[in-house]
Design a protein around this ligand. Sequence first.
Ligand code: 6PG
Length: 486
Amino acid sequence: ELANIGVVGLAAMGASLARNLAHHGNTVAVYNRHYSRTETLINEHGDEGKFIPSKTLEEFVASLAKPRTAIIMVKAGDPTDQMINALADLMEPGDIIVDAGNAYFKDTIRREKAIRARGLHFVGCGVSGGEEGALKGPSMMPGGTEESWKTLGPILKTISAQAEGEPCVTHIGSDGAGHFVKMVHNGIEYADMQLISESYDLMRRGLGLSVDELADVFAEWNKGDLDSYLIEITAEVLRHKDAKTGKPFLDIVVDRAGMKGTGTWTVQTALSLGTPVTGIGEAVFARGLSSEADLRAEAQTKGLAGPEPEGAFSAIAADPEERAAFIEDVRQALYASKIVAYAQGFNEIEEGAKEYNWKIDLGAVARIWRGGCIIRAKFLNRISDAYDSGEQFGSLLFDPFFKAAVEGAQASWRRVVARAAEAGIPVPVFSSSLAYYDGLRSKRLPAALIQGQRDFFGAHTYGRVDEPGVFHTLWAEPGRKEIKQA
Ligand code: 6PG
């Protein structure tokens, strides 16, 4: 018997995907550069389904039924390029190579073009959900041709997560569309995580709640509008105690956030598309600042002036009613900021689709994010409803449901941002999201002044509110005459 699917690269993610495929009736060819990993997989999990292990890539390709379909799960960058080329050399026209790593979408566009020129299909597929997701059901975002989706779709549907009975996988669009959407998913993940962390900081340092009290707060929040995987695991992380010291786990962890680059790509891409993703941007910068170890240490020795955040809200904390009201304010601030971050992320997908000629169904993207992925959340149902409604709108913030949600949350949101500023607690995503919202709803922005300055120092011209055309004022000349340039 030949395999209907193959997996190349059997580290944690690859091995989990291979097992998931085998659990769902697929015959899975498996190959790893060092055979020991293949052996381990077969020894430990060989009885979970049908695997065909190979020692060489030639044997691996020969063990696949046509059209041969191989999923690569190796390190991003050069190792991925090398494996794609090695496979392409052994495969035949019509065969399908799938890259399921976190590749940069422009690399995927380049690779797809090169592989298509050789008559094969190349699919860049975003996979979210970590190791457990890969094993038990990830959310998957494949790009590539319609034709490759005909073969790949039914296989991926067997292993994806399910949300309300629907598989969390859809054909996102051609070439790099899948990896683009996965990139924005990760950007939103950064914003979500930072928002939760800002909430934590306000309530821990400012209000003085203990980690156990905070775990209860987040567990409670998880029952409402904020119901999501990240809120759920936050409660668990908060409750966890360090075995060595007995201290809260959070107090023994170095406060420098790592990152592997997908958040940065999301922001770089948004900058080149001209789409403001302020929430994601501030989340990436907040991780950056946290990791500036030397600068932060120097700041401690320099003693920069400012309010003392510890116990800044102790008066509020002393009154049970006020305390509960403050916690509710933080919840609302988180909800409103989260809506802004998603609105911005979906705008980036829309702009990316225009730039790269993809037809992306935003409602379908929201639907496949309801299960399996790291940002899975109940509120994605509302996002898919909004995009599926057929109404045309430029921002999720204009959709009646989200418009009303932000309206309801905004008094709290403003109080939280103001109080955080007074207490000296940084809330970059709360405050930048609010600034974006207020910028969006402003009838006139101070951008008119910027245009005046640009025209003054560089003759960069401006438009008039009362007449079409391009204008320049002769600032250096007496009388400052205005000339119409076009
Ligand atoms: C997922 C995650 C995953 C990502 C990690 C780490 O959707 O399963 O996004 O793809 O690699 O979350 O990302 P950072 O190291 O950049 O935080």
